[in-house]
Design a protein around this ligand. Structure first.
Ligand SMILES: Cc1cc2nc3c(=O)[nH]c(=O)nc-3n(C[C@H](O)[C@H](O)[C@H](O)COP(=O)(O)OP(=O)(O)OC[C@H]3O[C@@H](n4cnc5c(N)ncnc54)[C@H](O)[C@@H]3O)c2cc1C
Length: 303
C-alpha cells in the first residue's frame, strides 16, 4: 500500500494548524488587515519565535499578516537625539550598522547574544520586543535605553515607554488591531558608558539572567544618571530602580558596587525553572550588576 493513511488529512500532515495568509505592501495595508481580523490575526516579521510556536501548535492564529513586503518599515535612521528602528529592521542589520555601533553601543554589544547568526538574519528588532520574552536581550536593552515604542493602527499612532509596553511574560500592551511600527532609542549621551553581560547555561542558548546598563557621569566623576535593566528578574524585563537610586550622585567605588549588587539580588523577583532556581537567578543578577558597574567604573576613570 502506498500513500498516507486516509485519516492523515492534509491539515494534520503540515506542522501548524491551517491559517489564512496576507502579505501587505505597506503599513497602512497591514493596519487595515489588523483592523479587519483583530485578535484572530498575528503579525509575522522574522518568524523566528512565531513559526516554532505555530509548529508546536502552542499558537494557532487563524490569520497571518506577513509584513516582510512592507519595505517602508525597513530602516535604521537618526531622528534628532534618537535612532529610529522600523519594524522590519533585521537584528543582523542592527548588529552590523555603524550608526548603531556609534550611537547605540549597548545594542551593538548585546546583539551577538541574541540567538545565532541565522536567527538574527531573519529575526527583527521589533519582533523580539513584541514577543516580550523576559529572558530576551533586546527588551532589556530597550528598557535600559529608555526607548519609546511607536504603535500603529488604522486609528492612528501612539507612543509608550518600555514599562508600559512590557506587561508580563510574552505579553505586550498592543491592542488586537495594533502593531509595533518602530522603536526609538535615545543615542548614548556624552560622558556615558554602557555594558551588557548575561549568564547562559550553554553558548548561544537563552540566558538564565542578564543585565544591561547605561551610566552617565558628571564632570566631577560622579554618576549623574543610571539605568539598569535585568533579564530573568521577574515575569517581564525589569528596571532595577532601587539600584539606580543607590548609585546616582555617588562615585562608583568598590563599596558602592558591592552594595549595588546586594541590592539587585534583593529587589530581583525571579522565577525558578529547569534552567535555574529563583535563588540562583537572584544571585546571578547581583553578580552581573557588580560586573557591569565595574566596567562603568573604568568608563568614569577614562573620563
Ligand atoms: C535558534 C534560535 C535561537 C534563539 N535565541 C534567542 C536568544 O538567545 N535570545 C532572544 O532574545 N531570542 C532568541 N531567539 C528568538 C529570536 O530573537 C526572534 O527573532 C525574536 O524573538 C522574534 O523576532 P521575529 O522578528 O522573528 O518575530 P516573529 O517570530 O515573527 O514574531 C514574534 C511575536 O511577535 C509578534 N510580532 C512580530 N513583529 C511584530 C510587530 N511589528 N508588531 C506586533 N507584533 C509583532 C508576532 O505576532 C509574534 O507573536 C532565538 C530564535 C531561534 C530560532
Amino acid at each position: 500500500m502506498t500513500g498516507s493513511p486516509q485519516w492523515l488529512s492534509m491539515e494534520t500532515r503540515v506542522k501548524p494548524a491551517v491559517f489564512d495568509y496576507h502579505r501587505p505592501d505597506n503599513i497602512e495595508e497591514a493596519c487595515a488587515l489588523l483592523a479587519e481580523y483583530g485578535a484572530d490575526a498575528r503579525v509575522l516579521s522574522g518568524g523566528q519565535s512565531l513559526v516554532p510556536l505555530m509548529n508546536m501548535r502552542i499558537l494557532s492564529p487563524a490569520v497571518l499578516i506577513d509584513i516582510n513586503r512592507c519595505r517602508d518599515l525597513a530602516y535604521l535612521r537618526e531622528e534628532g537625539a534618537a535612532i529610529a528602528c522600523g519594524a522590519l529592521t533585521r537584528q543582523s542589520e542592527a548588529e552590523t550598522s555603524d550608526l548603531v555601533a556609534s550611537r547605540l553601543p549597548l545594542m551593538s554589544i548585546a546583539m551577538p547574544h541574541v540567538g545565532v547568526r541565522a536567527s538574527r538574519n531573519f529575526g527583527t528588532v521589533c519582533g523580539s520586543l513584541a514577543h516580550a520574552d523576559p529572558l530576551a536581550e533586546l527588551p532589556s536593552v530597550a528598557s535600559a535605553l529608555d526607548a519609546r515604542f511607536v504603535i500603529a493602527s488604522s486609528r492612528g499612532r501612539r507612543e509608550v515607554t518600555a514599562d508600559e509596553f512590557f506587561v508580563s511574560a510574552l505579553t505586550n500592551c498592543l491592542e488586537p488591531d495594533e502593531m509595533l511600527a518602530e522603536v526609538k532609542m535615545p543615542a548614548i549621551a556624552e560622558g556615558a558608558g554602557c555594558a551588557f553581560h548575561e549568564i547562559a547555561n550553554r553558548a548561544h542558548g537563552f540566558a538564565v539572567a542578564g543585565v544591561a546598563a547605561c551610566v552617565e557621569f558628571g564632570p566631577d566623576g560622579r554618576c549623574s544618571r543610571a539605568r539598569l535593566s535585568a533579564m530573568g528578574a521577574g515575569d517581564t524585563t525589569a528596571r532595577l530602580s532601587p539600584v539606580e537610586a543607590l548609585i546616582e550622585g555617588q562615585r562608583l567605588d568598590d563599596a558602592l558596587i558591592r552594595a549595588a549588587g546586594a541590592e539587585a539580588a534583593v529587589v530581583a523577583d525571579p522565577a525558578g525553572d529547569v534552567h535555574a532556581d529563583a535563588a540562583y537567578r537572584a544571585e546571578a543578577i547581583g553578580s552581573l550588576v557588580r560586573k557591569v558597574l565595574r566596567q562603568m567604573q573604568g568608563a568614569a576613570v577614562e573620563r
